[in-house]
Design a protein around this ligand. Structure first.
Ligand SMILES: [Zn+2]
Length: 67
């Protein structure tokens, strides 16, 4: 086994793709461009939130917090 692909890649908003990243205590950074990376792309996050039963108000708050 070579490990879990998803554990090694996060979404970079600058590269607009999933990239390898460097983990610091506070944040994770894209190895390609140095931008902070997120666990999911915003679209993926919306899908994730819509797929949960947290309700629209809580989902909207979470999305606003990511801006
Ligand atoms: Zn990048």
């Amino acid at each position: 086994m070579l490990g879990n692909f998803d554990d090694d890649h996060r979404f970079c908003t600058a590269c607009q793709t999933y990239v390898r990243y460097l983990q610091s205590p506070e944040h994770a950074y894209c190895v390609e461009c140095g931008q902070k990376v997120t666990l999911f792309s915003k679209d993926d996050t919306k899908i994730f939130l819509l797929g949960t039963k947290t309700g629209p108000t809580r989902s909207e708050l979470l999305l606003e917090a990511m801006e």
